[in-house]
Design a protein. Structure first.
Length: 348
């Protein structure tokens, strides 16, 4: 019995070596991923690796396993694009006149509002909202989601995370509150409007964004667009701000594989970026990959005077900054850090 186990282990080890050598001999993406589904291509170092190899220098979203993605380039964080996305996510909070807010916040980009959808998304009659707009100047369409209305809606999400099970979405599961809000908005008219714009403007990028709850729904929207091939993966760009954890490991993994250009911007000790893992006894909530901003970008002065209140004091920093900067004496997690930036970062 033991001898048979050692024999089997020896055969498996030899096969692993053979596959590793086979993959290592491929010098281009197409030949790599076509090797009997045994290999994957890393965009960061243009290397071919055996599936399951733990020595990848790539993050999940930088690994190619489908030849149709071989022409894509390695994505990188863009501070200027991040600012535009933040302004666009702030517009979602203006339900009175979002077109005026678009005009004042990004006047040179000439965004034209296509639709605004608002739906009741929980038993407490709280609202979820999203809008679709297009800029022919930038050759971009945007899908932006409104964040939580107030602490009452935050409390509703907190309670639901304690008692409700995750909902299946694509190959994983996601929080029921995010899923319900996304489905109500998407199935109302957002999906129809986005598809119509893609038909008319197939080469346009799709920018997807949102703050807080809006970021969670934006994550689902970007994955849905890529999964259903509504637009080429390279055209789908996701930037979220203060986003909570959306789903389980399988969802996070698939999201990173589907949405290559995806960045999550958070304040370093914002409590919400750990939610609902910090609240739910079930656990299982994981983030997609992190943002990589090098220094804080002040946003308040970038907003037009008559719409300044929309952004409040929101500023962006790199995700999990304190975990990578070596900074000591980090202050405790705080719900107030969901909006207010740290003076130490402002001075950098």
């Amino acid at each position: 019995m033991l001898g048979g186990w050692f024999f089997g282990f020896g055969i498996l080890s030899q096969l692993t070596v053979v596959v590793a050598l086979l993959c290592g001999g491929k010098n281009n993406c197409t030949s790599c991923v076509n090797t009997a589904n045994l290999c994957s291509w890393c965009m960061r170092d243009n290397g071919c690796y055996m599936l399951g190899n733990g020595s990848y220098p790539c993050q999940r979203a930088e690994i190619i396993r489908n030849k149709f993605y071989c022409a894509e380039k390695l994505s990188s964080y863009d501070a200027n694009l991040s600012l535009k996305m933040l302004l666009l996510s702030a517009v979602a909070y203006d339900l009175d006149d979002p077109q005026e807010c678009l005009n004042n916040s990004l006047p040179s980009d000439m965004f034209q509002l296509q639709t605004v959808v608002t739906k009741t998304c929980d038993w407490f009659k709280n609202k979820c909202s999203a809008y679709v707009a297009v800029s022919h100047t930038l050759k971009v369409m945007v899908v932006a989601f409104h964040g939580s209305e107030d602490l009452g809606q935050v409390f509703a999400q907190f309670v639901e995370s304690l008692v409700a099970s995750n909902i299946p979405f694509l190959n994983g599961t996601v929080g029921s509150y995010w899923m319900r809000g996304f489905q109500k908005l998407w199935q109302s008219s957002v999906e129809t409007e986005v598809k119509a714009l893609v038909v008319k403007n197939p080469s346009y990028q799709i920018w997807v964004t949102g703050h807080s709850l809006g970021g969670a729904m934006a994550s689902l929207a970007s994955a849905w667009l890529a999964y259903h091939n509504i637009a080429p993966r390279k055209n789908i760009i996701l930037y979220t701000f203060g986003m909570p954890r959306v789903g389980d490991y399988d969802y996070a993994l698939q999201h990173d594989q589907l949405v290559n250009n995806s960045f999550r911007i958070v304040n370093y000790n914002d409590l919400v970026r750990h939610f609902p893992r910090v609240a739910s006894w079930r656990g299982g909530f994981l983030h997609t990959r992190n943002a990589t901003a090098n220094r804080i970008t002040k946003m308040s002065n970038a907003v037009s005077q008559n719409r300044r209140n929309l952004l409040s004091d929101i500023e962006i920093t790199s995700a999990f900054l304190s975990e990578h900067s070596g900074r000591k004496n980090v202050s405790p997690l705080s719900i107030s850090r969901h909006q207010v930036a740290d003076p130490w970062l402002q001075s950098q």
